[in-house]
Design a protein around this ligand. Structure first.
Ligand code: ATP
Ligand code: MG
Length: 417
Protein backbone atom coordinates (compact mmCIF):
# COMPACT_ATOMS: atom_id res chain seq x y z
CA UNK A 1 0.00 0.00 0.00
CA UNK A 2 1.38 3.37 -1.00
CA UNK A 3 0.90 5.75 1.89
CA UNK A 4 0.38 8.63 -0.54
CA UNK A 5 -2.81 6.86 -1.66
CA UNK A 6 -4.09 5.94 1.82
CA UNK A 7 -7.12 8.14 2.44
CA UNK A 8 -6.47 8.31 6.18
CA UNK A 9 -3.97 10.84 7.50
CA UNK A 10 -2.23 10.97 10.83
CA UNK A 11 -3.15 13.81 13.16
CA UNK A 12 -1.32 15.58 15.96
CA UNK A 13 -4.34 15.73 18.26
CA UNK A 14 -7.13 13.35 19.15
CA UNK A 15 -10.70 14.69 19.52
CA UNK A 16 -11.06 16.61 22.79
CA UNK A 17 -13.85 14.38 24.07
CA UNK A 18 -11.78 11.22 23.66
CA UNK A 19 -10.24 10.34 27.01
CA UNK A 20 -8.98 6.77 26.49
CA UNK A 21 -5.39 6.32 25.36
CA UNK A 22 -6.24 3.43 23.04
CA UNK A 23 -8.78 5.47 21.08
CA UNK A 24 -6.63 8.61 21.11
CA UNK A 25 -3.72 6.77 19.51
CA UNK A 26 -5.88 4.78 17.11
CA UNK A 27 -7.68 7.91 15.92
CA UNK A 28 -4.48 9.92 15.58
CA UNK A 29 -2.81 7.14 13.61
CA UNK A 30 -5.85 6.69 11.35
CA UNK A 31 -6.98 3.20 12.43
CA UNK A 32 -10.47 4.15 13.63
CA UNK A 33 -13.05 6.90 13.31
CA UNK A 34 -15.22 7.94 16.23
CA UNK A 35 -18.85 8.13 15.18
CA UNK A 36 -20.12 8.81 18.72
CA UNK A 37 -19.21 7.71 22.25
CA UNK A 38 -18.65 3.95 22.22
CA UNK A 39 -19.22 3.67 18.46
CA UNK A 40 -16.22 3.46 16.15
CA UNK A 41 -15.63 2.72 12.48
CA UNK A 42 -12.61 0.63 11.47
CA UNK A 43 -10.61 2.28 8.71
CA UNK A 44 -8.25 0.48 6.29
CA UNK A 45 -5.36 0.12 8.76
CA UNK A 46 -7.70 -0.70 11.65
CA UNK A 47 -9.57 -3.29 9.66
CA UNK A 48 -6.31 -5.06 8.83
CA UNK A 49 -5.51 -5.33 12.54
CA UNK A 50 -9.00 -6.57 13.31
CA UNK A 51 -8.77 -9.19 10.57
CA UNK A 52 -5.36 -10.34 11.84
CA UNK A 53 -6.76 -10.80 15.34
CA UNK A 54 -9.76 -12.67 13.91
CA UNK A 55 -7.42 -14.90 11.91
CA UNK A 56 -5.53 -15.91 15.04
CA UNK A 57 -8.76 -16.57 16.94
CA UNK A 58 -10.26 -18.44 13.97
CA UNK A 59 -7.21 -20.70 13.67
CA UNK A 60 -7.31 -21.55 17.36
CA UNK A 61 -11.08 -22.16 17.37
CA UNK A 62 -10.88 -24.37 14.29
CA UNK A 63 -8.06 -26.34 15.92
CA UNK A 64 -10.37 -27.41 18.76
CA UNK A 65 -13.20 -28.32 16.40
CA UNK A 66 -15.10 -25.03 16.20
CA UNK A 67 -17.34 -24.47 13.17
CA UNK A 68 -17.72 -20.88 12.07
CA UNK A 69 -21.12 -19.41 11.29
CA UNK A 70 -22.95 -16.16 11.83
CA UNK A 71 -26.18 -15.49 13.69
CA UNK A 72 -28.52 -12.52 13.25
CA UNK A 73 -28.51 -9.13 14.92
CA UNK A 74 -32.31 -8.84 15.12
CA UNK A 75 -33.70 -11.13 17.77
CA UNK A 76 -37.11 -12.35 18.89
CA UNK A 77 -38.53 -11.15 22.17
CA UNK A 78 -40.33 -14.47 22.85
CA UNK A 79 -37.07 -16.38 22.94
CA UNK A 80 -35.51 -14.18 25.58
CA UNK A 81 -38.72 -14.26 27.61
CA UNK A 82 -38.35 -18.04 27.89
CA UNK A 83 -35.10 -17.58 29.82
CA UNK A 84 -36.26 -14.44 31.63
CA UNK A 85 -33.63 -12.23 29.98
CA UNK A 86 -35.90 -9.88 27.98
CA UNK A 87 -36.79 -7.56 30.84
CA UNK A 88 -34.60 -4.42 31.13
CA UNK A 89 -34.48 -5.12 34.86
CA UNK A 90 -32.73 -8.41 34.11
CA UNK A 91 -30.49 -7.27 31.25
CA UNK A 92 -29.59 -3.59 31.37
CA UNK A 93 -27.83 -3.28 27.99
CA UNK A 94 -30.67 -4.10 25.58
CA UNK A 95 -31.27 -2.00 22.52
CA UNK A 96 -34.84 -2.69 21.44
CA UNK A 97 -37.03 -1.66 18.56
CA UNK A 98 -40.27 -2.74 16.91
CA UNK A 99 -41.28 -3.98 13.50
CA UNK A 100 -43.90 -2.16 11.39
CA UNK A 101 -46.35 -4.82 12.58
CA UNK A 102 -45.73 -3.68 16.12
CA UNK A 103 -43.83 -6.81 17.20
CA UNK A 104 -40.92 -6.00 19.49
CA UNK A 105 -37.39 -7.07 18.57
CA UNK A 106 -34.07 -6.83 20.34
CA UNK A 107 -30.60 -6.18 18.94
CA UNK A 108 -28.21 -9.00 19.76
CA UNK A 109 -26.08 -8.21 22.80
CA UNK A 110 -25.35 -11.96 23.16
CA UNK A 111 -26.47 -15.09 21.32
CA UNK A 112 -26.94 -18.00 23.74
CA UNK A 113 -30.72 -17.93 23.33
CA UNK A 114 -31.05 -17.80 19.53
CA UNK A 115 -28.25 -20.26 18.83
CA UNK A 116 -29.51 -22.75 21.42
CA UNK A 117 -33.03 -22.46 20.01
CA UNK A 118 -31.68 -22.90 16.48
CA UNK A 119 -29.76 -26.04 17.49
CA UNK A 120 -33.10 -27.78 18.12
CA UNK A 121 -33.18 -28.23 14.32
CA UNK A 122 -29.92 -30.16 14.34
CA UNK A 123 -29.52 -31.88 17.69
CA UNK A 124 -31.88 -34.62 18.86
CA UNK A 125 -29.66 -37.59 19.66
CA UNK A 126 -26.33 -38.23 21.37
CA UNK A 127 -25.10 -39.06 17.87
CA UNK A 128 -25.48 -35.39 16.94
CA UNK A 129 -23.14 -34.32 19.74
CA UNK A 130 -20.78 -32.68 20.44
CA UNK A 131 -21.23 -29.44 18.47
CA UNK A 132 -18.89 -26.45 18.80
CA UNK A 133 -20.09 -23.42 16.84
CA UNK A 134 -18.72 -19.92 16.83
CA UNK A 135 -19.03 -16.57 15.14
CA UNK A 136 -17.50 -13.14 14.92
CA UNK A 137 -20.32 -10.72 15.37
CA UNK A 138 -21.03 -7.11 16.03
CA UNK A 139 -22.79 -6.99 19.37
CA UNK A 140 -24.94 -4.06 20.33
CA UNK A 141 -25.08 -3.07 23.97
CA UNK A 142 -26.55 0.04 25.45
CA UNK A 143 -23.67 0.50 27.88
CA UNK A 144 -24.26 3.20 30.49
CA UNK A 145 -20.70 4.48 30.29
CA UNK A 146 -18.45 4.30 27.24
CA UNK A 147 -15.26 6.04 28.25
CA UNK A 148 -12.70 3.33 27.57
CA UNK A 149 -12.42 3.88 23.83
CA UNK A 150 -12.78 0.68 21.84
CA UNK A 151 -12.43 -1.36 25.02
CA UNK A 152 -16.08 -0.66 25.90
CA UNK A 153 -18.16 -0.11 22.83
CA UNK A 154 -21.89 0.23 22.37
CA UNK A 155 -21.18 -1.59 19.14
CA UNK A 156 -18.24 -4.01 19.21
CA UNK A 157 -16.96 -7.22 17.69
CA UNK A 158 -17.04 -10.36 19.81
CA UNK A 159 -16.03 -13.90 19.06
CA UNK A 160 -18.55 -16.12 20.77
CA UNK A 161 -18.37 -19.90 20.75
CA UNK A 162 -21.01 -22.26 22.10
CA UNK A 163 -20.45 -25.88 23.02
CA UNK A 164 -23.18 -28.51 23.05
CA UNK A 165 -22.24 -31.78 24.72
CA UNK A 166 -23.92 -34.84 26.23
CA UNK A 167 -22.62 -34.57 29.76
CA UNK A 168 -20.29 -32.92 32.25
CA UNK A 169 -17.23 -34.94 31.22
CA UNK A 170 -17.56 -34.03 27.55
CA UNK A 171 -18.24 -30.45 28.57
CA UNK A 172 -15.14 -30.29 30.71
CA UNK A 173 -12.97 -31.58 27.86
CA UNK A 174 -14.02 -28.76 25.52
CA UNK A 175 -13.96 -26.19 28.35
CA UNK A 176 -10.34 -27.09 29.10
CA UNK A 177 -9.41 -27.17 25.41
CA UNK A 178 -10.92 -23.70 24.98
CA UNK A 179 -9.02 -22.42 28.01
CA UNK A 180 -5.77 -23.63 26.45
CA UNK A 181 -6.75 -22.15 23.06
CA UNK A 182 -7.47 -18.78 24.70
CA UNK A 183 -4.06 -18.76 26.36
CA UNK A 184 -2.47 -19.43 22.96
CA UNK A 185 -4.51 -16.57 21.46
CA UNK A 186 -3.30 -14.10 24.09
CA UNK A 187 0.26 -15.35 23.58
CA UNK A 188 0.04 -14.78 19.83
CA UNK A 189 -1.53 -11.35 20.24
CA UNK A 190 1.37 -10.18 22.41
CA UNK A 191 -0.42 -10.22 25.76
CA UNK A 192 0.70 -13.65 26.97
CA UNK A 193 3.01 -12.45 29.72
CA UNK A 194 0.31 -10.28 31.33
CA UNK A 195 -2.93 -12.15 30.79
CA UNK A 196 -4.14 -14.52 33.50
CA UNK A 197 -6.87 -17.07 33.96
CA UNK A 198 -9.13 -15.62 36.64
CA UNK A 199 -11.88 -17.17 38.74
CA UNK A 200 -15.00 -15.01 38.55
CA UNK A 201 -18.69 -15.19 39.37
CA UNK A 202 -20.34 -18.11 37.71
CA UNK A 203 -23.88 -17.21 36.84
CA UNK A 204 -26.52 -19.89 36.68
CA UNK A 205 -24.84 -23.25 36.86
CA UNK A 206 -21.31 -23.41 38.24
CA UNK A 207 -19.76 -21.60 41.14
CA UNK A 208 -17.19 -19.91 38.90
CA UNK A 209 -16.84 -18.65 35.40
CA UNK A 210 -13.35 -18.02 34.07
CA UNK A 211 -12.16 -14.68 32.84
CA UNK A 212 -8.98 -13.85 31.01
CA UNK A 213 -7.66 -10.67 32.57
CA UNK A 214 -4.87 -8.51 31.14
CA UNK A 215 -2.99 -6.45 33.71
CA UNK A 216 -3.40 -2.71 33.08
CA UNK A 217 -3.83 0.42 35.15
CA UNK A 218 -6.86 1.38 33.09
CA UNK A 219 -8.61 -1.95 33.65
CA UNK A 220 -12.12 -1.72 35.09
CA UNK A 221 -11.71 -4.92 37.11
CA UNK A 222 -9.69 -5.65 40.22
CA UNK A 223 -8.13 -9.08 40.50
CA UNK A 224 -5.98 -10.87 43.05
CA UNK A 225 -3.09 -12.51 41.27
CA UNK A 226 -0.82 -15.35 42.36
CA UNK A 227 2.12 -14.77 39.99
CA UNK A 228 3.87 -18.04 40.66
CA UNK A 229 0.72 -20.10 40.04
CA UNK A 230 -0.34 -17.80 37.17
CA UNK A 231 -3.96 -17.67 38.29
CA UNK A 232 -6.10 -14.92 39.76
CA UNK A 233 -9.37 -14.39 41.58
CA UNK A 234 -11.71 -11.57 40.64
CA UNK A 235 -12.43 -9.24 43.56
CA UNK A 236 -16.15 -9.96 43.11
CA UNK A 237 -15.69 -13.55 44.38
CA UNK A 238 -12.79 -13.11 46.79
CA UNK A 239 -13.64 -14.68 50.14
CA UNK A 240 -11.72 -16.83 52.61
CA UNK A 241 -13.74 -19.87 51.55
CA UNK A 242 -12.92 -19.33 47.88
CA UNK A 243 -9.22 -18.95 48.62
CA UNK A 244 -9.21 -22.16 50.64
CA UNK A 245 -11.06 -23.96 47.91
CA UNK A 246 -8.56 -22.83 45.27
CA UNK A 247 -5.60 -23.52 47.54
CA UNK A 248 -4.47 -19.89 47.43
CA UNK A 249 -3.08 -17.81 50.27
CA UNK A 250 -4.09 -14.17 50.68
CA UNK A 251 -0.47 -13.15 51.38
CA UNK A 252 0.67 -14.57 48.02
CA UNK A 253 -1.84 -12.44 46.11
CA UNK A 254 -1.26 -9.06 44.48
CA UNK A 255 -4.22 -6.69 44.14
CA UNK A 256 -4.07 -5.34 40.63
CA UNK A 257 -6.26 -3.68 37.96
CA UNK A 258 -7.01 -5.64 34.82
CA UNK A 259 -8.99 -5.67 31.59
CA UNK A 260 -11.37 -8.58 30.95
CA UNK A 261 -10.46 -9.71 27.44
CA UNK A 262 -12.32 -13.01 27.56
CA UNK A 263 -14.90 -14.85 29.62
CA UNK A 264 -16.02 -18.49 29.53
CA UNK A 265 -19.08 -20.02 31.19
CA UNK A 266 -20.71 -23.34 31.89
CA UNK A 267 -24.49 -23.31 31.72
CA UNK A 268 -25.02 -26.98 32.47
CA UNK A 269 -28.45 -28.07 31.24
CA UNK A 270 -30.43 -25.09 32.53
CA UNK A 271 -30.64 -22.97 29.41
CA UNK A 272 -31.25 -25.98 27.16
CA UNK A 273 -34.04 -27.04 29.45
CA UNK A 274 -35.64 -23.56 29.35
CA UNK A 275 -35.45 -23.47 25.56
CA UNK A 276 -36.29 -27.12 24.97
CA UNK A 277 -32.98 -28.32 23.51
CA UNK A 278 -33.22 -31.97 24.52
CA UNK A 279 -31.59 -35.13 23.20
CA UNK A 280 -31.95 -38.88 23.55
CA UNK A 281 -28.94 -40.44 25.24
CA UNK A 282 -27.55 -43.94 24.60
CA UNK A 283 -30.11 -45.49 26.94
CA UNK A 284 -32.94 -43.75 25.12
CA UNK A 285 -33.55 -41.30 27.92
CA UNK A 286 -34.36 -37.67 27.11
CA UNK A 287 -32.02 -35.12 28.68
CA UNK A 288 -31.10 -31.44 28.21
CA UNK A 289 -27.95 -30.71 26.23
CA UNK A 290 -25.03 -29.33 28.26
CA UNK A 291 -24.12 -25.79 27.14
CA UNK A 292 -20.92 -23.77 27.42
CA UNK A 293 -20.39 -20.21 26.22
CA UNK A 294 -17.00 -18.71 25.37
CA UNK A 295 -16.44 -15.03 24.54
CA UNK A 296 -13.49 -12.91 23.49
CA UNK A 297 -13.86 -9.19 22.91
CA UNK A 298 -12.08 -8.84 19.58
CA UNK A 299 -12.19 -5.05 19.46
CA UNK A 300 -11.49 -4.85 23.20
CA UNK A 301 -8.44 -7.04 22.60
CA UNK A 302 -7.24 -4.61 19.93
CA UNK A 303 -7.73 -1.71 22.33
CA UNK A 304 -5.94 -3.59 25.09
CA UNK A 305 -2.92 -4.25 22.88
CA UNK A 306 -2.68 -0.52 22.16
CA UNK A 307 -3.29 0.39 25.77
CA UNK A 308 -0.59 -1.84 27.25
CA UNK A 309 2.08 -2.03 24.54
CA UNK A 310 2.27 1.53 23.24
CA UNK A 311 5.04 3.94 24.28
CA UNK A 312 5.33 7.73 24.38
CA UNK A 313 5.82 7.86 20.60
CA UNK A 314 2.84 5.78 19.57
CA UNK A 315 1.54 2.29 19.01
CA UNK A 316 3.75 -0.83 19.09
CA UNK A 317 2.01 -3.68 17.29
CA UNK A 318 3.05 -7.29 17.99
CA UNK A 319 4.13 -9.04 14.78
CA UNK A 320 1.05 -11.18 14.23
CA UNK A 321 -1.50 -8.38 14.61
CA UNK A 322 0.37 -5.51 12.91
CA UNK A 323 -1.43 -4.00 9.90
CA UNK A 324 1.70 -4.62 7.84
CA UNK A 325 4.92 -6.38 8.85
CA UNK A 326 7.10 -3.80 7.12
CA UNK A 327 6.99 -0.03 6.79
CA UNK A 328 9.19 0.99 3.86
CA UNK A 329 10.22 4.61 4.13
CA UNK A 330 11.96 6.54 1.44
CA UNK A 331 13.87 9.60 2.56
CA UNK A 332 14.29 11.02 -0.90
CA UNK A 333 14.13 14.82 -0.62
CA UNK A 334 13.23 14.81 -4.30
CA UNK A 335 16.23 12.68 -5.34
CA UNK A 336 15.02 10.61 -8.31
CA UNK A 337 17.55 7.83 -7.67
CA UNK A 338 16.29 7.29 -4.14
CA UNK A 339 12.68 7.31 -5.34
CA UNK A 340 13.52 4.73 -7.99
CA UNK A 341 15.39 2.52 -5.53
CA UNK A 342 12.56 2.65 -2.99
CA UNK A 343 10.03 1.85 -5.74
CA UNK A 344 12.16 -1.09 -6.80
CA UNK A 345 12.36 -2.43 -3.22
CA UNK A 346 8.61 -2.03 -2.83
CA UNK A 347 8.00 -4.19 -5.90
CA UNK A 348 10.58 -6.70 -4.70
CA UNK A 349 8.84 -7.10 -1.34
CA UNK A 350 5.49 -7.56 -3.05
CA UNK A 351 6.99 -10.20 -5.32
CA UNK A 352 8.07 -12.06 -2.19
CA UNK A 353 4.53 -11.76 -0.76
CA UNK A 354 5.67 -9.47 2.00
CA UNK A 355 2.93 -6.95 2.68
CA UNK A 356 4.26 -3.48 3.10
CA UNK A 357 3.12 0.04 3.82
CA UNK A 358 5.29 2.25 1.63
CA UNK A 359 5.80 5.83 2.73
CA UNK A 360 6.37 7.31 -0.70
CA UNK A 361 5.12 10.77 0.26
CA UNK A 362 6.95 14.00 -0.37
CA UNK A 363 7.48 14.77 3.28
CA UNK A 364 10.38 15.55 5.58
CA UNK A 365 12.27 12.71 7.27
CA UNK A 366 11.19 13.89 10.71
CA UNK A 367 7.53 13.81 9.79
CA UNK A 368 7.81 10.36 8.23
CA UNK A 369 9.59 8.92 11.27
CA UNK A 370 7.10 10.46 13.69
CA UNK A 371 4.21 8.99 11.67
CA UNK A 372 5.92 5.60 11.53
CA UNK A 373 6.36 5.65 15.31
CA UNK A 374 2.70 6.54 15.76
CA UNK A 375 1.42 3.84 13.37
CA UNK A 376 3.61 1.22 15.04
CA UNK A 377 4.55 -1.27 12.32
CA UNK A 378 7.16 -3.72 13.71
CA UNK A 379 9.95 -3.22 11.14
CA UNK A 380 10.86 0.04 9.45
CA UNK A 381 12.98 -0.21 6.33
CA UNK A 382 14.67 3.04 5.40
CA UNK A 383 16.00 3.92 1.98
CA UNK A 384 17.99 7.13 1.61
CA UNK A 385 21.04 8.57 -0.15
CA UNK A 386 23.08 7.33 2.80
CA UNK A 387 21.82 3.73 2.67
CA UNK A 388 22.23 3.66 -1.11
CA UNK A 389 25.86 4.72 -0.85
CA UNK A 390 26.56 1.47 1.04
CA UNK A 391 24.19 -0.67 -1.08
CA UNK A 392 22.10 -1.51 1.96
CA UNK A 393 18.94 -0.53 3.79
CA UNK A 394 18.51 0.46 7.42
CA UNK A 395 16.09 -1.65 9.40
CA UNK A 396 14.73 -0.30 12.68
CA UNK A 397 12.70 -2.41 15.09
CA UNK A 398 9.75 -0.41 16.42
CA UNK A 399 9.59 -2.16 19.79
CA UNK A 400 13.27 -2.08 20.78
CA UNK A 401 14.56 0.74 18.60
CA UNK A 402 17.51 -1.41 17.48
CA UNK A 403 18.83 -0.57 14.06
CA UNK A 404 20.84 -2.60 11.59
CA UNK A 405 22.31 -1.90 8.19
CA UNK A 406 21.37 -4.84 6.01
CA UNK A 407 23.05 -5.37 2.63
CA UNK A 408 20.54 -5.60 -0.18
CA UNK A 409 21.24 -9.26 -0.77
CA UNK A 410 20.31 -10.06 2.83
CA UNK A 411 16.98 -8.23 3.08
CA UNK A 412 14.64 -11.14 2.41
CA UNK A 413 16.48 -13.43 4.77
CA UNK A 414 16.39 -10.75 7.47
CA UNK A 415 12.64 -10.18 7.06
CA UNK A 416 11.80 -13.85 7.16
CA UNK A 417 13.52 -14.26 10.52
P1 ATP B 1 -17.90 -6.47 31.11
O1 ATP B 1 -17.87 -7.13 32.45
O2 ATP B 1 -16.60 -5.86 30.73
O3 ATP B 1 -19.05 -5.55 30.93
P2 ATP B 1 -19.26 -8.77 30.17
O4 ATP B 1 -18.93 -9.66 31.30
O5 ATP B 1 -20.59 -8.18 30.07
O6 ATP B 1 -18.13 -7.62 30.07
P3 ATP B 1 -19.41 -10.90 28.24
O7 ATP B 1 -20.85 -10.85 28.02
O8 ATP B 1 -18.83 -12.01 29.04
O9 ATP B 1 -18.90 -9.50 28.80
O10 ATP B 1 -18.71 -10.78 26.82
C1 ATP B 1 -17.56 -11.50 26.41
C2 ATP B 1 -16.41 -10.59 26.14
O11 ATP B 1 -16.76 -9.51 25.28
C3 ATP B 1 -15.87 -9.89 27.38
O12 ATP B 1 -14.97 -10.73 28.06
C4 ATP B 1 -15.18 -8.67 26.79
O13 ATP B 1 -13.88 -9.01 26.36
C5 ATP B 1 -16.03 -8.35 25.59
N1 ATP B 1 -16.94 -7.22 25.84
C6 ATP B 1 -18.02 -7.19 26.65
N2 ATP B 1 -18.64 -6.01 26.64
C7 ATP B 1 -17.92 -5.25 25.76
C8 ATP B 1 -18.07 -3.92 25.28
N3 ATP B 1 -19.08 -3.14 25.69
N4 ATP B 1 -17.16 -3.46 24.38
C9 ATP B 1 -16.16 -4.25 23.95
N5 ATP B 1 -15.98 -5.51 24.37
C10 ATP B 1 -16.84 -6.02 25.25
MG1 MG C 1 -17.75 -10.93 31.74
Amino acid sequence: MRQSKLFTKTRREAPKDEVAKNAQLLIRAGFIHKEMAGVYAYLPLGLRVLENIKKIVREEMNKIGGQEMIMTSLQRKELWEQTDRWDDEKVDVWFKSSLKSGAEVGFGWSHEEPITDMMKNYISSYRDLPVFAYQFQTKLRNELRAKSGIMRGREFVMKDMYSYTTDEAAHKAIYDATTAAYLRIFERTGLGDRTFLTFASGGAFTQFSHEFQTLSDVGEDVIYLDRSKKIAVNKEVLTDEVLAQLDLKREDLEEISAIEVGNIFSFGGTKSEQLGLLFKDEKGETRPVTLGSYGIGITRLMGTIVEVLSDDKGIVWPAEVAPYPVHLISIHNGNADVIAEADRLYELLLEHNIEVLYDDRDARAGEKFADADLIGIPKRMIVSEKTMSSASVEIVERASGTTAMIPESGIMEHLKK
